[in-house]
Design a protein around this ligand. Structure first.
Ligand code: SME
Length: 152
């Protein structure tokens, strides 16, 4: 499979994020863009931090877990460490939280604005090892565009 054109995707994201709207509408559109653009993805969406819990935000895919404590699962680990988690095999990740049993690999990017953790961007795939270092960099770029768009 050829590499996804993240330059083009970032330009589309920037166009969607720079218009009117709030964090919810921007997260909704970015979830849809990612879900439509990335092959072999079965879930793409946001969790937002409320207290010390990540609460489900806009997403595309099957219904998902509503709340995830910081520190738990792949999402909670990304949030607690503020470090992207690129998991090739979710079954090998201790504490992984199953939302859709078909998910086999996962990429979770923390959303950080200055010192503040806003939440995480989570993308799942039914294909083991779906996410490359290029996907990690590309999705981190999209996440940063989202953070900057809600900061203003
Ligand atoms: N697998 C995630 C839970 C969220 S869903 O995949 C949408 C986790 O372990 O945190």
């Amino acid at each position: 499979m050829s590499e996804l054109d993240y330059d083009s995707l970032a330009a589309q994201a920037q166009a969607l994020l720079s218009g009117a709207g709030n964090a919810v509408s921007k997260a909704a559109n970015l979830s849809a863009l990612i879900y439509q653009a990335l092959p072999s993805v079965n879930w793409a969406g946001f969790y937002f931090l409320e207290g010390d819990v990540l609460v489900l935000g806009p997403f595309q895919g099957k219904p998902a877990c509503v709340s995830i404590p910081v520190g738990e699962g792949v999402c909670g680990t990304a949030a607690a460490r503020r470090v992207t988690q690129r998991v090739a095999d979710v079954h090998a990740f201790e504490g992984h939280i199953v939302c859709d049993p078909e998910s086999r690999s996962e990429l979770v990017v923390p959303l950080v604005l200055g010192d503040e953790l806003l939440g995480v961007l989570d993308v799942d795939s039914p294909q083991p090892g779906r996410f490359s270092a290029e996907d990690e960099a590309g999705l981190a770029r999209l996440a940063e565009l989202f953070v900057q768009s809600v900061a203003v």
